[in-house]
Design a protein around this ligand. Sequence first.
Ligand code: GDP
Length: 366
Amino acid sequence: ALQAGIVGLPNVGKSTLFNAVTNSAKAQASNYRFCTIEPNVGLVDVPDERLQHLAKLVNPHRIVPTQVEIVDIAGLVKGASKGEGLGNKFLGNIREVDAIIHVIRCFEDENVLREEGAINPISDKEIIDTELQLKDLESIEKKIQKTEKLARVGSDTKAQAELKTLLQCKNHLEQGKSIRSLNLSKEEKTAIDDLFLLTNKPVLYVANVDEASMHTGNKYSEQLLKAATEEGAQMIIMNNAIEADIAAMESADDRALFMEEYNMKEPALNRLIQSVYKLLNLETYFTVGVQEVRAWTIHVGWKAPQAAGVIHSDFEKGFIKAEVIAYDDFIKYGSEAACRDNGKLRIEGKEYVVKDGDIMHFRFNV
Ligand code: GDP
């Protein structure tokens, strides 16, 4: 599964969020599967109500959602890029994730220690950003040294082109900007692909607000939203402590009652997990049968054979064609047979680009 890592300064609510994620998965065991791979890594189901709608129509033995991995990357502090406070270890952990969930403290609470003085989401964000940028600068500079040598040989135009991109990245980072905001072309990107730059990973901001602001946000989350929007990034307002409380409740009735008191339709966690999924540029197709109704994860733009390969590599190798029903059609007509009778079951070939929500049935040679 693809991974998203939770980062942020100490005491902003990262582990509270991680606990909420892990507990909610455990608590709703019938809908959610969760397993802890390591103390700080959890595999969590992606909430998708379409699964329930499909299941109502076909009554399957089981429902199998798709999953993402959430990693708690604690211990990032100012100076981490210089190795302070086990800094390098944590930065290494970030290198391995596909996306970043950056938690920022937008709540006041004098009982929760804060080293940086008054609440300031923008400067908190910049402290973390700076550490990641410094680390990236280190990677870029190393590669520049190597590439310069190659580029000196007059005929190595590839190295020369790469060097140009690397210098552009260096300049960008030195201005205190993240690589994700540098619009590199596909060819230019090949110069940095092997570096897995930290600031090139997609990011989602979590504004951890106080109870009173969980629906509306507050002045801090507004500041953060402005900064996030300037970067083209998404932000989610939530109260991590409440999410953890909801997640810790064992009875579904208690949970419902508690959420009603807070005027919540569903845990904000659901939105978070769904946003992470989007951030990773992922989509879902379904397989539907009496045995199981199941969600499968693909990248946006994948063609039918590649999508089939998610189920089994043989499906991709021996792909012949796919029977496809759009999600809305399946819901409207109620069954595969009814869709077929109404001309809503399409036969698609190797070039078909799978769409989010498609109900797929693959035909293949073994
Ligand atoms: P981490 O260091 O970022 O992992 O932070 P923790 O999740 O351990 O939280 C630090 C402290 O802040 C704990 O005492 C939490 O109970 C508290 N905390 C976390 N989220 C909230 C919140 O939304 N509101 C308030 N008032 N306290 C919170």
